[in-house]
Design a protein around this ligand. Structure first.
Ligand code: PGA
Length: 257
C-alpha cells in the first residue's frame, strides 16, 4: 500500500477547504478506493469538520495537522487527539518541521502526541528531517535517527496500530526542488533500520511505512515511487490544486489520469 498525504497547512479558509475536498472527491473518489493507494487530506482543525462530511462516504481518508496529547483538561487553545477521533480523523501529522520551527515543538512533545494518537487508534505521521546546515555539517544521519528514536521512546505497536514516518529535508519544503530519489532512499533505508532496532523487523515490515515529503509534484513523484523503500509521499503545495493532485495520485496508483 502506498500513501499520498495532502498537507493543506494554513493555506485555505473553511469554505475553500470544503470546495477543495469536493473537487478532489469528484476527481478521484470514484476510483481511488480500488487502487493500491491510500489518499489522506489534512485540512486545518476548523476545516476538518466540513471536510469530514465531504469525504465520509468516500475512500479518501481524513487527517489532522497536529493534536494535543491529553484527552481533555485545562489546555487552552489545544485540540485533543480524542476530539480528532470523534470527527473521523484516522491520521494525524506530528512534529512537522514548521511546528518545530515556529511553535517550538520538541522531540518530547512529538513523543507524547505519538503515544496519544496510537492509544486512540489514529495513525501518527511522524515528520523528521534535517536542516540544510545540519546536512552540510554531516549531521543528517544523527539528526534524523535521533528524531525517530525520540518520537518512539518507550512506545510499541500492537494490534491494529500503524505508524508512518515522513522524511522531509527541511529546506526543501516549499522550495519546488526536491532532493533526488536516490538521496531520499538513503535516508529511508536508515529510518527503516532504526525502526527495526526500535520495534523489530516484523512489526516494522507489517505496521510501519516510511514516506518522502518536500517539493513533490506530479512531474517528479514517479521517480520517488520507483524506489521500493519509499512507500508514499507527503505533499504540500501540489495538494492544493485539484487537477495536479489528481495527476499525482494517479501517478502513484500507476493509472492514467
Ligand atoms: P511541499 O510541502 O510539498 O509544499 O514542499 C511538504 C510538506 O510541508 O509536508
Amino acid at each position: 500500500m502506498k500513501y499520498v498525504i495532502g498537507n493543506w497547512k494554513m493555506q485555505l479558509s473553511v469554505t475553500e477547504s470544503n470546495r477543495l475536498a469536493e473537487e478532489v472527491t469528484q476527481l478521484i473518489g470514484a476510483w481511488v478506493g480500488g487502487a493500491d493507494v491510500t489518499v489522506v487530506v489534512c485540512p486545518t482543525h476548523l476545516g476538518l469538520v466540513g471536510v469530514s462530511s465531504v469525504v465520509s462516504d468516500t475512500a479518501i481518508a481524513l487527517g489532522a495537522q497536529d493534536c494535543f496529547w491529553e484527552d481533555r483538561g485545562a489546555f487552552t487553545g489545544e485540540v485533543s487527539a480524542a476530539s480528532l477521533k470523534d470527527i473521523g480523523c484516522s491520521y494525524c501529522l506530528v512534529g512537522h518541521s514548521e511546528r518545530r520551527q515556529y511553535l517550538g515543538e520538541t522531540d518530547e512533545m512529538v513523543n507524547k502526541k505519538t503515544a496519544a494518537l496510537l492509544r486512540l487508534g489514529i495513525t501518527p505521521v511522524v515528520c523528521v528531517g534535517e536542516t540544510r546546515e545540519e546536512r552540510e555539517q554531516g549531521k543528517r544521519e544523527a539528526i534524523v535517527t535521533g528524531q525517530v528514536r525520540a518520537a518512539l521512546r518507550d512506545l510499541r505497536l500492537v494490534g491494529t496500530q500503524r505508524l508512518i514516518v515522513a522524511y522531509e529535508p527541511r529546506w526543501v519544503i516549499g522550495s519546488g526542488k526536491p532532493v533526488s530519489p536516490t538521496d531520499a532512499a538513503e535516508m529511508h533505508h536508515l529510518i527503516v533500520d532504526t525502526l527495526h532496532q526500535l520495534l523489530g523487523e516484523d512489526v516494522t515490515n507489517r505496521l510501519c511505512s516510511v514516506i518522502y515529503g518536500g517539493a513533490v509534484d506530479s512531474s517528479n513523484v514517479a521517480g520517488f515511487m520507483a524506489v521500493p523503500v519509499i512507500q508514499g509521499v507527503l505533499v504540500g503545495g501540489a495538494s492544493l490544486k485539484p487537477q495536479e493532485f489528481q495527476s499525482l495520485v494517479a501517478a502513484v496508483a500507476d493509472r492514467q489520469s
